[in-house]
Ligand binder design. Structure first.
Ligand code: SER
Length: 610
């Protein structure tokens, strides 16, 4: 029997690729490490960027994982059958190992032999070709060889059948996408003749479920595509969507792990909205609170900037939808929903359990605070007279969280009119702006591995080691963020550092730089790393095999890390702490820069042990 339950599909996928000699690596946090250009992990390939660019991975050239992802660019689509801001992506990778033939063969085999999906329900799209890369006849022919008829294979342009770079620069390439027929009656044509639902927002008969990307190009800052030294495969399958089609249900929200969350919200609904709007609002609540729960579990708190702001908006959008359904939201609604989310996912994501109190407290506080804001909005509203123009209605929505329906209802009670078209226009303007903001955030290119960030990365290891020497071995990394300009390092320590301590830390780091120590890594197990005294963020999930980066003979710094790092400490330049401050209770934050190192650097290689 093929798997149909979400947990079984996830396991079947990882087992299948393990048998096919892939190392199953753990998914990472939703907060990308050392990547200032994106707010959240958006794909399984995201933590693998250094390895797609050629850095050796400690577990080899064939990898597979299940990665939790957050994508907010489709947030307005959430509420339909298949769009989500939080989802799980199953993926397999070849880092310079197999390419098109074997990648497609693996996808085909998993579909037909493990999931037992009937061939006639599948359709494929391939890249149509343009000035940057030729038409991908090769992939189409491989699919045909496996029995996919020509009429089920469509060719689409870059907009559809090209993936990446996730930012402005980085690895990318043509892709071949796999679709499942969810329309009525017999399957018709292919997604090129029957447009797919993804992106367009309109319902379609073909649902995209898997994507094999052939990452053979690197896009540089001038927009030029050059061939990568290493040809990679990067695939991504949407677990919720596969569960939807295998369970034969109409939407991702009716799949086994999502349905109980839907149900608990449905049970709270008191006011009679039309079944269609009710379903849409419940779906929004399910998706947004699921995203919020996982984001909080990975250490984010609501705020007015960056990740915290997205988190706040997700929670508030969920509460707005709850209000539309007449659900009481003064502090316990979001935690109650989060409790069900936690029960559904805790066996796969134990962080939900460790962080449960935090999840409850943060959601409760945010819900109460939003309630307060709405109450203030009401006071403000009462003072308004005359017709309500679009900008004012939008202000009530954006600042005080008033859904348009609420404004309309309150206005009607006082005999006022609301300019709905004006509201829609103001809403659209705002969305355009926030989309631009999101694009800007993405525009730096995924995980910048320039000389500057590499120097700062090694400097971070030296800083970590120096802090432990000066302040004590209780010091542990609690966060790290590197841009091309500076490093930022969070660690636990109860007190503010004295000027003398700061000087001493700087001195120790610069001393290690002056010695021009070689930096190298070796591959070992997590236990092996612990035994040899390497430090690491042990509350993170590491794979079976890890890289340990060693400076000199390792007495000063030895740390578990993915790299890359400079080959010799002398390449770092001069290290300088520019700020030491509190980050949160018991956590200090240091910002530091490096100056005067060479522009070109070599990266640290694997140590060849005798
Ligand atoms: N990176 C590709 C995607 O996100 C395949 O994983 O679709």
């Amino acid at each position: 029997m093929p798997p149909t339950l979400t947990d079984d599909i996830r396991q079947a996928y990882l087992d299948f690729f393990e048998v096919k000699n892939h190392a199953v690596i753990p998914g990472t946090s939703l907060i990308p490490e050392n990547d200032p250009t994106v707010l959240f992990t958006t794909a399984g390939m995201h933590p693998l960027v250094p390895y797609l660019l050629g850095e050796p991975h400690p577990e080899g050239q064939r990898l597979a994982s299940c990665q939790k992802c957050v994508r907010t660019q489709d947030i307005d689509e959430v509420g339909d059958e298949s769009h989500l801001t939080f989802f799980e992506m199953l993926g397999n990778w070849s880092l310079g190992d197999y390419f098109k033939e074997e990648a497609i063969q693996l996808s085909f085999e998993f579909f037909t032999e493990i999931l037992e999906i009937p061939l006639q329900k599948l359709a494929i799209t391939c890249f149509a070709g343009d000035k940057d890369a030729p038409k991908d006849e090769e992939s189409a022919n491989i699919w045909k060889k496996f029995g996919i008829p020509s009429e089920r294979i469509g060719f689409l342009p870059k907009k559809d059948n090209w993936w990446g770079p996730a930012g402005k620069t980085g690895p990318c390439g043509p892709d071949t996408e796999m679709f499942y027929w969810i329309g009525e009656g017999n399957p018709k044509g292919n997604p090129a003749t029957h447009p797919p639902s993804s992106g367009s927002g309109q319902a379609s008969d073909w649902l995209e479920i898997w994507n094999d990307v052939f990452m053979q190009y690197n896009k540089n800052v001038d927009g030029i595509f050059t061939s990568l030294k290493q040809k990679n495969v990067d695939t991504g399958m949407g677990l919720e969507r596969v569960a939807q089609v295998l369970q034969g249900v109409e939407s991702v929200y009716e799949t086994d792990r999502m349905k109980p969350i839907f149900k608990v919200i449905q049970d709270c609904v008191v006011s009679g909205s039309t079944p269609l709007t009710m379903t849409r609002h419940i779906r929004i609540i399910v998706d947004h609170l699921k995203a919020a729960t996982f984001i909080i579990a990975d250490g984010v708190e609501p705020s007015n900037v960056d990740r915290g702001y997205i988190l706040r908006r997700l929670i508030r959008r969920a509460i707005r939808s709850a209000k539309q359904l007449g659900i009481k939201t003064n502090g316990s609604f979001c935690p109650d929903v989060a409790d069900v989310i936690h029960l559904e996912y805790l066996s796969v994501y134990p962080e939900l359990n460790y962080k449960l109190d935090e999840i409850f407290n943060i959601l409760k506080k945010e819900e109460q605070q939003f309630h307060q804001t709405l109450t203030e909005g009401l006071k403000h509203f009462k003072k308004m007279s005359g017709p309500i123009d679009g900008i004012t209605a939008f202000h009530l929505y954006d600042t005080y969280g008033f859904p348009l329906e609420l404004t309309k209802e309150l206005a009607a009670e006082k005999g006022q009119t609301v300019d709905e078209a004006g509201f829609a226009k103001a809403f659209e303007e705002h969305q355009k702006l926030s989309r631009k903001g999101a694009e800007k955030k993405f525009a730096g290119g995924l995980a910048d591995h320039s000389a500057e960030t590499t120097k700062l990365h090694t400097a971070t290891h030296l800083l970590n080691a120096a802090l432990r020497k000066v302040l004590g071995n209780h010091v542990q990394q609690k966060g790290s963020n590197i841009t091309a300009e500076r490093l930022r390092f969070d660690f636990n320590h109860p007190d503010k550092l004295t000027p003398e301590q700061i000087k001493e830390v700087e001195h120790l780091v610069n001393d290690a730089i002056k010695k021009n120590e070689p930096v190298s890594y070796h591959i070992t197990t997590v236990d092996g790393a612990k035994k040899e005294g390497a430090i690491g963020v042990f509350d993170e999930r590491y794979g079976q095999e890890v890289k340990v980066y060693v400076v000199g003979d390792g007495t000063f710094s030895k740390e578990i890390c993915g790299g890359p790092h400079v080959a010799r400490t002398g390449m770092i330049g001069t290290f300088k702490i520019i700020k030491e401050e509190s980050s949160s209770a018991g956590i200090r934050r240091i910002k530091a820069v490096v100056e005067g190192g060479p522009e070109e650097i070599d990266v640290a290689k694997e140590e060849q042990r005798a």
